[in-house]
Design a protein around this ligand. Sequence first.
Ligand code: 0O2
Length: 213
Amino acid sequence: MGQWDRFLAPYKQAVDELKIKFKGMRGQFETENTNSPIEFVTGRVKPLASIYDKTLEKGIAFEPSEKLAHELQDIAGLRMMCQFVSDIETVVGLLRQRNDLRIVEEKDYISQEKQSGYRSYHVIVEYPVQTINGEQLILAEIQIRTLAMNFWASIEHSLNYKYKGIFPEEIKLRLQRAAEAAFQLDEEMSKIRDEIQEAQAYFSEYKESQNTH
Ligand code: 0O2
């Protein structure tokens, strides 16, 4: 096994475990017939090419090391998508009360959006992974965002890749306008939240009754 594979293995384990646990949270809301603040969960280990880019950006050596593990807090990355902005606070609250992880830092890019227009809530956690060589503490970044924030971020991310971070002025402007539209969409959905949730409860009851026939 290569040096990188060995270095990244506990990160993969952390992502796999946290994905199952967070999906489990969603399942628990379903079991209790309560609207889940979590819509869906994704996770990934940062690809080596992205790790390489980040080391260049940060001016650190591209080698599996303690320093790299300390400097790159998102080698293990989880994303939790929510329907409504207020669900984000609920999800963060659920993370704060867990005792299988320790919150190291919180970054609120929702009340303080990034200049690009990026909005999301980031929670950096320390998560203990059990290995055959004992326990290893792994840093993971959990990004919590609405579906609208996620839509914007994924489009901007692809464009970023295409333009290598240097957007033509016009695209930059249009992305900022799209971010504003995503913000307005979140605002509007929050306003009709009760109406939407009533409809969703009604719809899941209907689906259940159809299944029993
Ligand atoms: P990828 O490909 O998603 O892994 P640093 O960690 O030092 O670079 P910072 O500001 O401390 O910087 O970290 P930050 O911004 O809290 O978290 C970085 C991650 O947030 C990024 O990871 C993205 O996933 C996301 N992010 C931050 N800003 C933007 C943005 O303007 N647009 C989009 N689409 N995503 C953003 P990576 O490694 O950059 O990318």
